[in-house]
Design a protein around this ligand. Sequence first.
Ligand SMILES: [Zn+2]
Ligand SMILES: [Zn+2]
Length: 212
Amino acid sequence: MILMRLVVGPLQVNCFILADEGTKEAVVIDPGDDAGDILKIIKEKGLKVKYIVNTHAHFDHVGANQAIKEATGAALLIHKGDEPVLASASRQSAAFGMNPVSSSSADRFVNQGDVITAGEVSLTVLHTPGHSPGGISVLEQGMVFTGDALFAGSIGRTDLPGGDLLTLLRSIKTNLMTLPDDTKVFPGHGPASTIGDERKENPFLNKESGFE
Ligand SMILES: [Zn+2]
Ligand SMILES: [Zn+2]
């Protein structure tokens, strides 16, 4: 399987491309910006993008949805809980003083336990709300893409509309910390980690922070 990471946009979102080396079918996770760079790789590798998955619909994760969709015909998948968030992408970017962002609307909604497949790529959806209502993580063999729910050494902010700290902690506890320690964590921003390292070292995941 091909796994590539591009850091895109002013907020440095990790955009991931997962592809089947045989069939060249691919999934793009969080094309937040820099559509030209993402499409260049897709073209160079001859990938057929089946799906665009947004871990959540904050503007920094969705800015290149439309361009990738138009260029590849991929279907855009989000959790329904973030439908209003996706619709407000341009307002969010304005609130952050950034260039206006717009996205096509979702083609399909995904829920806890759904499996997104593109050739040998098989992503299981985990609903991990709290940073936003429709936040999801997606799980491949031995790796999980956590969006802005869980970072290396940190967790997502919960002060944006629809955010809630206890909900986020519960999501992390039930859907992420139940994964094996050697599961690689690929967050929406910053470096990769493992579930085991976060279990041991993440300062937000201890009793003092309300995490039990
Ligand atoms: Zn976010
Ligand atoms: Zn983000």
